[in-house]
Structures are given as C-alpha cells and as structure tokens.
Design a protein around this ligand. Structure first.
Ligand SMILES: *[C@@H]1O[C@H](CO)[C@@H](O)[C@H](O)[C@H]1NC(C)=O
Ligand SMILES: *[C@@H]1O[C@H](CO)[C@@H](O)[C@H](O)[C@H]1NC(C)=O
Ligand SMILES: CC(=O)N[C@H]1CO[C@H](CO)[C@@H](O)[C@@H]1O
Length: 692
C-alpha cells in the first residue's frame, strides 16, 4: 500500500497531524512537534545586553510613582491621543516635520509633567503606562476612535525609518530567537524587522515559553474564555529592531515548556502533543486579537498608543487558525476591527491540527463555522470518519492565503499527495508564494565567529581550501584540500531524505570524495549515520549531535551541500550554503526549486517520491548520478563561476519583505500605505539584539 507511513507518534500526537489517507505521503510522519529543530543550527548566539538590564531597572524605579499616576491614567491617555491625532495630518500628508526633537515639544512637556521624561530618553518611554492598565478585561475596551497614530516624523540616522506604512500583527506559536523549532520561528524572527525597516508598524505575538530576559512585564492582564473556563493572561513585551515583540503569558505555555527553542513547545516530547493543545491555542488566538487594542505601546518614537483597529493580522500555521474566526465572532460582529484583515501563512501543510469532530464545542464558535472545520479523510486517527481540521478553517476563514515559496504554492494545489488533502480547499481560495529570507548577520562568511578564516567572494577559493582542511581535521577525515567534500545538515527523518542519502552514499563513497553528515533525529537513522564512519573510514563521517559550531564549519568548509528532501516548503540550508559559496545539490521540491538554479547556482536532482514508506531506488540513483555530475565540475572554471553566482545573490529579508508588503497592501486595510525605501539600521546595536 502506498504511503501509509508508520506512525511513530502516539495516537494523541497524530491527532494534530495530517494523517494519512491511503493515498497521502510521508508528511504524516510528523507530529506537530518536529524535533530536533530544522534550523537548530541557527544559533541564538547572543550576548547579554546590560542596557536591557538597566532599562528594566529604570522602569521598576518609575513604578514607585505608580500610585501617584494611577488616577490620572485616562487623562494621560487622552492627551497623548490628542497629540497623536494632531500630528497624524503630517503623517498622512507624508511631509516630515523637522522639529529636531524625537517628540514634539508639546508631547515632551506633557510627558515631563508625568515624570516620564527619563523614560523617553531611555527609549522605553511609555511602557510604564501599561502598568496603569492592570486588570483590564478583554472585552470592554471601546473603540477609541483612531488609535495607533504615527507621530510626527523625522529621521535621526540611527533609527528605523517611519511615517508610512501599515499596522501589521504577526501571530505564531514560535518566534526566533525566543522560540524556534523550524521555519515558522525563523520567519517570525526575520521578516518583521525587515518590514519595520520599510516604515511599517509591526508587532509579533507569540507565547511566553520561558522567562525571557529581555521581555518586560506590561502588567496588562486580561481574562479570556477558553473551553468552559475563564483564564487570566498577561502580556510581556520588548522592542527589538523596530518590532514590538509581544509574549502571551499563561501557565499553559510557561509551566509546560520552560525553554527557548526547546522541543516541548507542542508536547512533552517528540511525537507527543499536549492533550489540551486546542485550548492552549484557543487562548493564544484570543490573546493575540486583543493585543493591538489593549497594549499601549510607545517604544518606537514614531508611533504612539495602541495599534488600534486598522491592522492586518498574519496568522501562521494551524495553531492560529482560530484567529480569523474569533475576529468575526468577537469583534467584527460588534463593529470592532471593521477594516482589519487576516492573511494565513502556511509554513508546512503537514501539520494541520486534526481532531475529533466533537471537539468543535471546545472552541466556543457558533455552529455556522462548523462547515469550515468539517473534515473527512480515510484515516482512523484520531478517530474514524468526521473530524475537525484547524488548518482548513484557517484557510477558509482568512482573507488571503500565502506560503513560503512559489513552487510550494504550486505543489499545494497540485494534488492530494503534496497538498495533503487540502489541495481542493486551497485551489478554491488561491495562494501566493514568497520565498523566505535568511539571517544574513549570523550567516556571514566575512564575520563568522565559528570559522578560522573569514572570507568573501574575492577570497573564497583560497579560504575554502583552508577551511576544508580544518574541517577534515576536526572530524578525523584524511586532510587533503584537493578532495571534494559534500556536506549534509538537517533533521534525520523522511522529509529531509536522510534515509535516501544513507542508501546513496555507498554508490559514490568509494571514489575520490568525502561526505560529512550532521544531524539528529530518528534513532535508527542516527545509528545508520554512525555506521558510515566504520564502513567508509576514509570517506565519510556522521555526527549525530546538535552542534552549531560544527554546522558553521561544514557550511563553510564543504564544496557541495546535499539537500535530498522529499518535500521542503522553503528550506534554509541551501540559502546558507550559497552565501558561503558552497554549491547546493538539491531535490527539486518547494523552495529548493525557486532558489537553486540548475547549472548556475547548484544542481537539481529532480523531484523525489514523496511516499516515505520506502526509499525509491530511482531517487537513490538520482543522488548518485547528480553527485557524479557535480564532482565532474570540481576544480574547473565552471564550478568557480557557480560559486561566484551563489555568493553574488542577496538572501536577506529585504527582498521578501518588499513582496510581503505588496501582498499585504492588497488586503486594503483602511489607512494602509506602501512603505518607504527603508534600510534596517544598526540591527546589531546592543539595544536591538534579542537576548532571550
Ligand atoms: C573582500 O575582502 C577584501 C579584504 O578583506 C577586500 O579587499 C575586497 O574588496 C572584498 N571583496 C568583496 C567582493 O567584498
Ligand atoms: C561541536 O563541534 C566542535 C567542532 O568539532 C567541537 O569542538 C565541540 O566540542 C562540539 N561541541 C559539542 C557540544 O559536541
Ligand atoms: C503637538 C504638535 O507638534 N502638533 C503639530 C502637529 O502637526 C500639525 C500640522 O502639521 C501642527 O500644526 C501642530 O503644531
């Protein structure tokens, strides 16, 4: 029988996963908590920032004035809004007012009267205002008219640019580097700062899984109905690289996970999901919807007050599928968020959130939503027959659907296999694909702290020989720069094709080539990996460890990077590799098709069989023949040219952010404007570096 993958996950875990009908593919292996993370090699190598500490101290000091100001909160808010609305005219006309001050003199006066002036200069200005909002209820906040104003605007050389744009709110279960298991965390980490650089006001909302050092307690507390309970939720916040990072605090997140990038975000261990994930994410979606209205955020000197009603939400993956639903039932029906829109982003269609149909009652949604959740497949997990499918509802109830590469978008509508039984739904709604960017700061060959020789496109040929020798010595392979070296970095599992690679290695490892495989994952594959070294002592090494520094050394020291994925929504390793002049050899799927050009910046192996029950001999042969093809270029000008082509590309978030902006503008939320030609300024400045 084709494609009915073995379920390594427990039945419970499988319940949130796209489960197999008899015709679907290996997507179904995955529980909703892939581990170890796909992009764990992106370390969050972050130095702790003392300025953050002193910031916090300052705020605590100011809180001693709390009593004094509490009764005046409303007056303060009113004044502030007045100030903002006066100056909105400047924003709308796009004519910068050059006061020479960060704040207009009037606003300075007002705030100075409040004793908050020091906070203004400390760049944390009105954060403390949130302290006055304790015990606000989720619902009674009335529309305050036009909120979320942009204040008058000029451009000091060290700040994010301003006075244009949209209010964007990204909502996701992961946000790098605070929490990350894969591409989802990378996107919420990297894309928002790039959009802020174009002048947009950008917030991310994600759960608070740990006591993040840099996120400050806003003291804003709301109550949310989850299932049949009332839960209290608190918001934490920090402001980094122009982005409001909001963290939703509740024991269902913090007390379960206690970690930054841990594998426990979705369940106690790999393959196991928390039984109450539906309640966890119901709570999360509601908290996220309230954040733009309730949080009085003033960390950016160009924007004041809550984001207000005119926002575009970007919901990410199945965990946020309830957001568009609650937006309709709790807000739009009451005349709130009238113009707000939701874009739903699919990072991996393999995780859909399928549950027992009767669980619909947990979601507190009216019956007319049932049809959006209604789902029938051939699987008997978690039960036979009718189910609810969160992702299906997210797709149908949102205003627009997007995914992480154009080719993946095509695959999603190509049929049941690659669309994992939602292809028909996505064909109805349509879908846009935009390739992800990468973190060009962490992955920069001319400044990489993990490699002994820094290099750029001019010096790459000489540097790579040295780095290869260092790598060979490190893993115990014969040291010889003239031997071509192939790397593989990734989770050891079917999606990544590590099983196919393991079968292909004997086909070419007798020759003049070395291969180093780095990754952790399924136990039998780790064993397989460790056997390599015994079978091919002069040619192969397998390292079944989580090791950031070795990952950097491989990316830099290898000549080729092998990426034999069965499917790959976007993929990141190929981007890292190309930036380091390491030529990728890729399966032709998802973002690998969009980012690697055959014969120009890499080698395409053709699409692999997505059935992960077995290794298709044709795919093993494809790896072997493509490797031979790649090795034939080794030492020739053709390869040198490809290396140059690879390194000449710009993989930063700047380009993708421009496309995202265009996409989001298409939603036509009131007040939306294109950004400006922004440049993200000083992303490595101490106050900008995330220090979770
Ligand atoms: C590479 O670095 C060298 C010196 O480190 C510099 O002279 C050269 O201009 C750089 N090349 C590129 C393409 O940036
Ligand atoms: C990671 O790899 C580097 C280079 O091989 C090595 O020096 C280091 O000890 C490794 N760290 C761990 C935790 O294995
Ligand atoms: C407080 C303040 O500076 N208000 C200014 C806002 O912008 C308008 C129009 O540009 C000015 O006239 C106000 O003085």
């Amino acid at each position: 029988m084709k494609g009915s993958c073995t379920f390594v996950a427990s039945a419970l875990a499988a319940s949130t996963v796209a489960l197999a009908s008899s015709s679907t593919a290996c997507h179904h292996h995955h529980a909703s908590n892939p581990s170890p993370p796909e992009s764990w090699i992106s370390s969050s190598s972050l130095s702790s920032s003392s300025s953050v500490q002193s910031d916090v101290t300052g705020l605590h000091t100011s809180s001693s004035n709390k009593e004094k100001f509490t009764p005046r909160f409303d007056g303060l808010r009113a004044r502030k809004l007045e100030m903002a609305s006066v100056n909105a005219s400047c924003f709308l006309s796009r004519s910068p007012v050059n006061t020479g001050l960060s704040f207009t003199s009037e606003s300075i006066t007002n705030l100075a009267q409040m004793g908050l002036r020091n906070q203004i200069t400390a760049h944390s200005s009105l954060k403390s205002m949130n302290k006055f909002r304790s015990n606000a209820k989720a619902i009674p906040i009335q529309s305050r008219g036009k909120t979320g104003h942009r204040t008058s605007c000029h451009r000091p050389s060290s700040a994010i640019r301003c006075q244009s744009g949209m209010n964007m709110v990204f909502v996701g279960a992961e946000v790098g580097p605070w929490s990350k298991t894969g591409g989802l965390g990378d996107v919420l980490g990297g894309l928002p700062p790039a959009l802020a650089a174009y002048g947009h006001r950008v917030m991310t909302v994600s759960p608070r899984y740990d006591q993040y050092k840099d996120a400050w307690d806003t003291k804003v507390v709301i109550e949310i109905k989850v299932g049949d309970r009332i839960e209290t939720v608190r918001y934490f916040h920090c402001y980094k690289r122009g982005v409001d990072r909001v963290f939703v605090d509740h024991p269902m997140f913090l007390e379960r996970v206690w970690g930054k990038t841990g594998s426990k975000i979705y369940g106690p261990k790999t393959g196991d999901d928390y039984q109450d994930n539906q309640l966890r994410f119901s709570l999360f979606c509601q908290a996220a919807l309230e954040a733009p209205r309730i949080l009085d955020l003033n960390s950016n000197e160009y924007f004041s007050g809550p984001y207000g009603d005119n926002v575009v939400f970007i919901a990410n993956d199945w965990h946020t599928a309830l957001l568009p639903c609650y937006l309709k039932t709790m807000y739009k029906s009451r005349g709130l968020y009238k113009s707000a829109k939701v874009a739903f982003c699919i990072h991996n269609i393999a995780y859909q959130g399928r549950f027992v149909f009767s669980d619909f009652s947990l979601l507190n949604l009216p019956n007319q939503f049932k049809s959006s959740f209604d789902f029938i497949d051939g699987s008997d997990k978690p039960v036979k027959g009718k189910k609810i499918n969160w992702m299906k509802a997210g797709i149908l109830e949102s205003d627009r659907v997007i995914t992480v590469s154009p080719h993946y978008a095509q695959e999603l509508v190509s049929g049941e296999d690659k669309g994992v039984e939602l292809d028909n739904i996505i064909r109805k709604t349509g879908i846009t694909g935009i390739v992800n960017g990468m973190d060009v700061q962490e992955w920069n060959p001319s400044a990489d702290k993990y490699i002994g020789v820094k290099y750029n496109a001019t010096t790459v040929m000489a540097a790579k020989r040295l780095l290869k020798e260092a790598l060979q010595a490190e893993v115990g392979l014969p040291v010889d720069a003239s031997i071509p070296l192939i790397g593989f970095i990734g989770r050891l599992e079917e999606q990544k094709g590590s099983d196919i690679l393991a079968e292909a290695i004997p086909e070419f490892s007798k020759g003049n080539v070395q291969i180093i495989v780095l990754g952790t994952g399924k136990k039998y594959m780790e064993k397989q990996l460790e056997m390599l070294e015994i079978m091919y002592p002069d040619n192969a090494r397998g390292v079944a460890k989580f090791n950031v520094s070795l990952a950097h050394m491989i990316i830099a020291g290898a000549d080729f990077m092998m990426i034999p994925s069965r499917f790959e929504p976007c993929g990141l390793i190929q981007l890292h590799a190309m930036r380091y002049g390491t030529v990728p050899i890729v399966a032709s799927t998802g973002g690998l098709v969009d980012t690697v050009k055959e014969g120009y910046s890499g080698f395409q192996m053709g699409a692999f069989n997505v059935d992960c029950e077995a290794v298709d001999p044709a795919d093993v042969a494809a790896i072997a023949t493509t490797v031979k093809r790649a090795l034939a270029t080794y030492g020739t000008p053709a390869l040198t040219e490809m290396i140059q082509n690879c390194m000449a590309q710009d993989f930063s978030w700047k380009g993708p952010a421009k496309k995202w902006e265009k996409f989001l503008l298409g939603l036509e939320v009131a007040g939306s404007e294109p950004g400006i030609d922004g440049e993200e300024i000083a992303p490595q400045a101490k106050e900008n570096v995330a220090t979770p």
